[in-house]
Design a protein. Structure first.
Length: 405
């Protein structure tokens, strides 16, 4: 299929689509570079699972995730698959690959390189928005707002590249706050040209699959690098059970209904739902690292305090993020049902954290067994409630007289 050398961007609206929009081959290819970036983050965390290592992992994860979010929300409105769109995607992929290379020393010797890579990515995104605003007058107010907010943040990131690490980190925090708050203050503008809800939901689901894959990689990597034993195989299978349970809990109730509030300019609900996926993604990657470390031990050996806390805090983070996501997902049912789902997730997260605090005598196998049970029980409770909710009324129930109105 031939394409013109130059095609200006155009606004894409759901109501103008002949059929429901899905992720393109380019978007799927684009995601692969983020697979590499998250893998490097996981590898860096695996080499240093101390509190400082976890903090470093979280700090570097946020800008990489935000790059993906920025590209996704631009593409859902303006990407038409033109040659220019493809070239921008190629440049951004190269930049993210460079960010991944700088991850291992991203808070020290490679911090300047990481910061410059982030600036370059954001500059390409700003140029895309400015180009879209130039060709689409109806979108100009929104694209200008985004370009201004993102440009201010990028400027601070550029300055940070020339500062010593402590000051650099402080400037990163400020600039990321500007980045994350820019869409929050654009409610009236977003209401005029909202993103494609089905497309965004699918893209977020695909990124969740990417980070879930890191949990599977953790199991495979742990088993591949060490001699197999019955205990290590059991730990690996239980690690897969954890990953499968988290997949079930997310995708069995995947619902982007909070995003619909963007259509009326209510950004707080929509962005709270979206931003809740950040700790979920970080928790999934960290959980894979935790399982990999437990497989490396003899199943009857007691893991270190850092390894125990890594696995338990990662799973608890995932469950708490799911609690928030499910509480806001209106399509799941009544407010009472959503509160019950959230209570299940929160209670399970608390139990897992208790294991981290008092489980200093638990072997690797016992620890991962209890964590897996906490996740599997969530699935069983959801199945139980679903079966009760869909159970046909009995003859006695249907024969009851109705209450007078």
């Amino acid at each position: 299929m031939t394409k013109a050398l130059w095609q200006p961007p155009r606004l894409r609206r759901d109501e103008e689509q002949v059929s429901q929009r899905h992720a393109t081959w380019l978007e799927l290819f684009y995601d692969l570079v983020f697979v590499a970036a998250t893998a490097e983050l996981a590898h860096s965390l695996s080499g240093n699972i101390s509190w400082t290592g976890c903090l470093k992992f979280a700090i570097l994860f946020v800008p990489i995730w935000w790059c993906w979010v920025g590209a996704t929300f631009y593409a859902t409105r303006f990407d038409i698959g033109s040659i220019v769109d493809r070239l921008f995607a190629l440049v951004q992929m190269a930049i993210v690959a460079a960010m991944a290379v700088n991850v291992h020393h991203g808070l020290s010797s490679s911090g300047s390189g990481f910061a410059i890579c982030y600036v370059l990515f954001r500059v390409t995104l700003i140029l895309q928005y400015l180009n879209a605003g130039h060709h689409i007058p109806a979108a100009r107010s929104l694209t200008t707002w985004y370009a201004t907010g993102f440009g201010l943040s990028a400027g601070l990131w550029l300055v940070s590249a020339f500062l010593p690490p402590p000051l650099r980190l402080g400037l990163w925090v400020v600039s990321l706050a500007i980045d994350l708050s820019t869409p929050l203050s654009a409610g009236r503008l977003v209401a005029k040209i909202p993103p494609s809800m089905p497309h965004v939901l699918e893209r977020i689901g695909l990124f969740t699959l990417i980070v879930l894959g890191e949990s599977v990689i953790g199991v495979v990597g742990g088993l591949a690098e060490h001699e197999w034993s019955l205990g290590s195989i059991l730990v690996g299978l239980l690690g897969l059970a954890i990953a499968f349970s988290l997949w079930w809990l997310y995708f069995d109730t995947a619902d982007g209904s909070p995003l619909k509030s963007m259509k009326v300019g209510k950004m707080r609900v929509a962005l709270t739902w979206l931003y809740a996926h950040l700790p979920l993604a970080m928790g999934l990657v960290a959980a894979g690292v935790g399982v990999e470390h437990l497989i490396a031990h003899d199943a009857t050996a007691i893991p270190s305090s850092a390894e125990r806390w890594l696995l338990c805090s990662a799973i608890a983070t995932c469950l708490l993020a799911l609690a928030g996501i499910h509480y806001m997902s209106c399509a799941l049912g009544t407010a009472r049902y959503r509160k019950i789902l959230s209570a299940y997730r929160t209670a399970s997260a608390v139990l897992v954290l208790l294991l981290a605090m008092v489980g200093d005598r638990l072997s690797s196998l016992n620890l991962v067994t209890l964590v897996a049970l906490a996740c599997v029980v969530q699935v069983l409770l959801d199945l139980l409630r679903s079966s009760v909710a869909t159970r046909p009324a009995t003859a006695t129930e249907t024969s009851q007289p109705s209450k007078p109105t």
